[in-house]
Design a protein around this ligand. Structure first.
Ligand code: 5AD
Ligand code: SF4
Length: 439
């Protein structure tokens, strides 16, 4: 009897990577592979990697190192995703036991690459860069999340922010047709999913190749697919953020009342050096559109501290922007110099310690903002989608339409299933979560 083909896959990085992994898993299953839970059990060990910051990249090499002894037991290793695309064949030098290196733009060639691997070939590469014209889609996507269905609507990036690897790791911007996105949304709804998250590095830079729909039209149409109750989208670029997105959220209750709009810095000078192509005033105008909607739309953002040449005054301007916008959530990072990027020639002048101090000051201030924002929900009743349970605390964990974590108690003897919706009255608040009881 032939030995069973098994694989282990670990994913690092963003939701795009999480969703790519769903496609990779489906493709491998189609090739007769079974997914297993640990490296030890697997014949093929795959890491789907992230290279957005140096730390993320180092994690991959640590992981490879931790398990390299398994090579002697006959196991094969593959590196997928952004580090694979960025480092290419250099990975074979750093980790000679790796047999397969493939960037995301080459996943359509996975069946062929896997066949070569099975034939005993080593050093197989899939390293398409900015030439690819289409996103990789497969009918075999093995959805891992039982309640949130991801759909890629646009891949790659043409923005070339001076600090960012993504245009090099994920290739040029390419959108899917609105017909194929809507067909997938209907398929997901038929499978019983009620929440859809539309994905793209710059989701709102979407351009329908069929010319039928704007991004806002597509958002609205996905929200009208029968059975779909919640639609999220991530990540938006301020440059392409248009008023009609706010109008769509305002008029279609299935669209979640949350916008993630990365600002990166509150200083016009730094934004210019980052090549973000907007000023703080221009950004704040978009925030004003969102804030003047009829629904209360929750805001979150990404910020980089310690970008080369960021002065104390630049940093204070970022703090001022936080105070003005009053975000519900901020993802803040210390600048990390990345290969190939234009910012590499700028001197990374802020000492690590100073970057860490700025990050901490920012996070402390943001925590206070969230303390106030979250407390404002006390007494409100909201719809929560159940995501899981915390039996130790006797609480159900879920998420509001605004994407806030809600932990609540429930009088029912049987805990509600993940993916179900509950009405919850909010009784207490923390800076990162709400507490309540179901009604
Ligand atoms: N250093 C630090 N943070 C970065 N990001 C992207 N590139 C870098 C970098 N070189 C952050 C940005 C982006 C988020 C996904 O990661 O804030 O929005
Ligand atoms: Fe990381 Fe960016 Fe690649 Fe996502 S697209 S995995 S964030 S480098």
């Amino acid at each position: 009897m032939a030995t069973e083909k098994t694989f282990y896959l670990e994913t690092f990085g963003c939701q795009m990577n999480a969703h790519d992994s769903e496609k990779v898993i489906g493709t491998l299953q189609q090739q007769g592979y079974r997914q297993v839970e640990t490296e030890e059990e697997a014949g093929l060990i795959l890491y789907n990697t992230c290279s957005i910051r140096d730390k993320a990249e180092q994690k991959v090499f640590h992981r490879l190192n931790d398990y390299k002894a398994l090579h002697k037991a006959g196991k094969r290793f593959g590196v997928l995703g952004c580090v694979a695309q960025q480092e290419g064949e250099k990975i074979f030098e750093k980790a000679p036991f790796v047999s397969l290196v493939s960037g995301s733009a080459s996943y359509r060639k996975l069946p062929e690459m896997i066949a070569r691997l099975e034939a005993g070939e080593n050093r197989i590469t899939g390293l398409d860069d900015r030439q690819i014209e289409e996103t990789f889609e497969t009918e075999f996507t093995a959805r891992q999340n039982p309640y949130r269905g991801y759909i890629t609507i646009i891949e790659g990036c043409d923005k070339f922010c001076s600090y960012c690897v993504v245009p090099y790791t994920r290739g040029k911007e390419r959108s899917r047709t609105s017909s194929s996105v809507l067909a997938e949304a209907r398929r997901i709804a038929d499978l019983g999913y009620t929440e859809i998250q539309l994905l793209g590095q710059n989701v709102n830079s979407y351009r329908d190749p069929e010319g039928k729909m704007s991004f806002a039209d597509l958002l609205d149409s996905v929200g009208r697919v029968p059975g779909i109750r919640r639609v999220r989208f991530t990540t938006s670029h301020p440059r392409d953020f248009t008023c009609d997105i706010v109008q769509a959220i305002d008029t279609n209750p299935a669209l979640c009342d949350h916008v993630h709009l990365p600002v990166q810095s509150g200083s016009a000078r730094v934004l210019k050096r980052m090549a973000r192509e907007y000023t703080p005033d221009w950004y704040l105008e978009r925030i004003e559109w969102i804030k003047s909607a009829r629904r209360t739309i929750s805001l979150s953002t990404d910020i980089i501290v310690g970008f080369p040449g960021e002065t104390e005054d630049d940093f204070i301007q970022t703090m001022d922007l936080l105070a003005k916008v009053q975000y519900d959530c901020v993802f803040a990072f210390k600048y990390s110099a990345r290969p190939n990027t234009p910012a590499l020639v700028m001197i990374d002048s802020i000492p690590e310690k100073e970057k860490a101090t700025r990050l901490q000051v920012l996070l402390d201030r943001q925590r206070e903002i969230q303390r106030v924002n979250y407390a404002m929900h006390i007494g409100e009743q909201m719809e929560v989608m159940v995501e899981g349970q915390n039996p130790a605390r006797g609480q159900i964990a879920g998420r509001s339409s605004q994407n806030k974590a809600v932990n609540f108690t429930c009088a029912q003897p049987i805990a509600p299933a993940p993916g179900s919706y509950m009405q919850v009255k909010i009784t207490a608040a923390h800076p990162n979560s709400l507490v309540g009881e179901s009604i």
